[in-house]
Design a binder for this molecule. Sequence first.
Ligand code: PRP
Ligand code: URA
Length: 209
Amino acid sequence: MGNVHVLDHPLIQHKLTYIRDKNTGTKEFRELVDEVAMLMAFEITRNLPLQDQTVETPVMETKAKVLAGKKIGLIPILRAGLGMVDGMLNLLPAARVGHVGLYRDPETLEPVEYYIKLPKDISERELIVLDPMLATGGSANDAIHSLKKRGGKQIRLMCLVGAPEGVERIQQEHPDVDIYLAAMDEKLNDHGYIVPGLGDAGDRLFGTK
Ligand code: PRP
Ligand code: URA
């Protein structure tokens, strides 16, 4: 069973409160999502492998640590996942970015895939799927299936807000995938929205409502 990690650092909790606030406008919403994604990137990369490197300080030569160059692929689920990419890239500038385009049919709540473009070597990369919302889990589930079908092996899922329904679905269908959230919310409402949630992440990010 994949582990669920709630990254509840005080800075993440503080910023998430303003992301949830319905009075937060598009510009500020986008900036806050960007900042929280960067803070989550800091937490999620805590176990990246390191290697020794010799460095000459002004005082002497010494051995110090640098990243061992693990290849990372960031996979935003369009559209709302795009809001998390820049924050991640601030800390992981060498990561490649693959896109999975999915929208959730408002009637059936089933995801519909309309676009996919991935780095060629996804089987060698540690893939981090990005989407602010994990509601029914349908979109993340489909995106992860798509990655696996194309050779993805090491996959993690990073969202801002998760509902228990979505978390359970991913745990059942993808027990190999660890889930990282800024918050675990209560439930879904009758329209499949997370409660209390933050509303429609894509519309709030891009000002389409
Ligand atoms: C939202 C959100 C997730 C999905 C979550 O996308 O960004 O991708 O819904 O819901 P689920 O867990 O029930 O699948 P939406 O379909 O609204 O598309 P958008 O990002 O283009 O707005
Ligand atoms: N998609 C969103 O954007 N928000 C929700 O609460 C659920 C799905």
